[in-house]
Design a protein around this ligand. Structure first.
Ligand code: NAD
Length: 253
């Protein structure tokens, strides 16, 4: 798909993988709408990439509709990328035998699953209204899962459930949207050097980098942005979940 002159909506783009995606798409001539809960951060990235920003919550369908409408206004919305999300640590039962609280489990599903659903559905409706390109293609939606969808570690019950759901949505969404020429691809990142992991002490970050098969380091978010660009350009990539992880297979802990 030719990217130049199209527009994209990227959620969670004030930081980390989303910000790297906004930069990579903008470098290919895409007008990017940066959608994030963090308004200051969203504004900053939008200014940097010469795009727009929308402050809002991906768990709220009205906020998502507003962001999609803004991204689609005056340009052809062809790309939506779901990067808003976060993690949570909690075991099924803790050391005292207390069951996992429902509230954080529910919060993580709302953010990582319902947030993805809200953007997927609303962006698909907007992209479906655009004129098709060559090959009857209209656009692409990229979701972010995690290797935790497959190699969930101790304490990742809520997070793995949410990322497993994102993986599970990929094929049916791609099948549903094939009739309107929209592809759906999910990226399952390994360990990336973003503010999400920046909270960890340096020593732990180094140990995590050492656990990668090759290269032995945390991933640079720019590699994630590059993959999104490739997925958008490569019209034959569809209904797939791609691990981007330096070959890591997460151990139990
Ligand atoms: N960094 C990693 O190693 C890694 C690995 C696997 C998967 N992931 C996934 O990649 C995605 C991005 O992670 P990151 O590392 O870039 O994190 P990050 O914390 O750097 O960025 C996440 C962004 O999402 C925004 N956000 C959070 N809740 C929101 C909401 N309700 N509505 C709108 N925006 C919201 C935050 O403000 C933040 O800007 C997440 O889904 C995460 O689970 C990250």
């Amino acid at each position: 798909m030719e990217l130049h002159g199209s527009s994209a909506l990227v959620t969670g783009a004030a930081s980390g993988l989303g910000a790297a995606t906004a930069r990579a798409l903008a470098a290919h001539g895409v007008r990017v709408t940066v959608f994030d809960l963090n308004e200051d951060g969203a504004k900053k990235v939008a200014e940097e990439v010469g795009g727009d920003h929308v402050a809002g919550d991906v768990t709220d369908p009205d906020h998502c509709q507003r962001a999609v409408d803004q991204a689609a206004a005056g340009t052809r919305l062809r790309i939506a990328v779901n990067c808003a999300g976060t993690g949570w640590i909690g075991r099924v039962i803790d050391r005292q035998g207390t069951p996992h609280d429902l509230a954080p489990f529910e919060f993580i599903q709302r953010l990582n699953v319902i947030g993805t659903f809200n953007i997927l559905t609303r962006a698909a409706a907007a992209i479906a209204k655009t004129e098709p390109l060559d090959d009857d293609e209209r656009g692409v939606i990229v979701n972010t899962a995690s290797v935790a969808a497959f190699d969930g570690q101790i304490g990742q019950l809520a997070y793995s459930a949410s990322k497993g759901a994102v993986v599970g949505m990929t094929l049916p969404a791609a099948r549903d949207l094939s009739v309107v020429g929209i592809r759906v691809v999910t990226i399952a990142p390994g360990l990336f050097d973003t503010p999400l992991l920046g909270m960890l002490p340096e020593e732990q970050r180094r140990a995590l980098g050492d656990s990668v098969l090759f290269p032995k380091r945390l991933g640079d978010p720019a590699r994630y942005g590059e993959l999104v660009v490739h997925i958008a350009q490569n019209s034959y990539l569809n209904a797939e979940v791609i691990r981007l992880d330096g070959g890591i297979r997460m151990p139990p802990k």
